[in-house]
Ligand binder design. Sequence first.
Ligand code: 5GP
Ligand code: MN
Ligand code: MN
Length: 328
Amino acid sequence: SAAVEAVRGLTPGPEGDEVQLICHVNPDGDALGSMLGFALGLRRAGFTRVRATFPGTFELPTPYEKLPGLDLLVPQPAAYERPAMVMTFDVAAESRLGALASLLSAPCVVVLDHHASNTRFGRINLVDPHAAATSVVVDELLARLGVPLDAEIAECLYVALATDTGSFKFDMTTPAVHELAARLIATGIRPGEISRRVFDTRPFGAMKLAGEVLGRAVLDPAAAGGHGMVWTYATLDDLARHHQRPYVLDSLIDPIRSVAEADVAVVVKQSAEDEWAVSLRSKGAVDVSAVAVALGGGGHRLAAGFTGHGAVGDVVAKVRPLLDDHLT
Ligand code: 5GP
Ligand code: MN
Ligand code: MN
């Protein structure tokens, strides 16, 4: 494929070509895991000048603080200025690259992703909307490059796969997903240990904060053509009172989406004075990716997001009618 040719065309070694890897702002397990897994793979293949980074606040969520390959991760200002190649991971659109979008002027840009809404902003776009995670695309490219999986690469790809499939629960969990998981585990990684590190390291304060945020959830049974919507919100003040970092709010969509009476789940998370990161989930009645795209965001049919402005109530009021417009 074009991506294999492009990587093979690079000069490896300490004097070789610079390769800059980037994942999306507020990185999740798939963004970091697929990026660092590929970074380690490039290093195994002899590429010495490989750096990984992401835009925005350079803070790793605690669940990902022990990922292999973190030594290749640099804060944004330390990214290569004129890399021969830029590769993006789990990035659906340029807007998800923040200030790092300027790096897209590199001679070669390769996009690795699995969002149906991907805008194909690269010169080469490896976008598989049927892949459960970007790490599936990474595994395929590593295989085609002849880079074998080792335990470090496997741990990165496993974290990516486990987080994006909701621990192998979501619709995209195909036989191929379990086959990939099997190959990853066969390298000697320990799924139990990894899962405890990723899922069971919530600070006590975050649990108390979750209690408040879940406690104010609202059920709207008439929304989404009667399929129901449940929503809640969290403010910067909530985070400050509990001394928590914003990433701890990202997992709250899971208990919210577990509500039987609602097909659609919405969590509105304040990110600045007048800015909200909105998470949307559907159990199948609504294409929330279409809803998110209509509001300037993106994602997948059953999991999507966008950035909202105004008061919380206004943000939710914008979402509600769009649910009826995008019933599946
Ligand atoms: P989450 O709710 O977990 O932040 O995001 C769910 C899905 O929607 C992810 O696949 C994520 O990439 C996508 N997504 C979330 N927020 C945005 C956004 O502001 N813009 C775009 N294009 N996609 C988003
Ligand atoms: Mn992601
Ligand atoms: Mn992903």
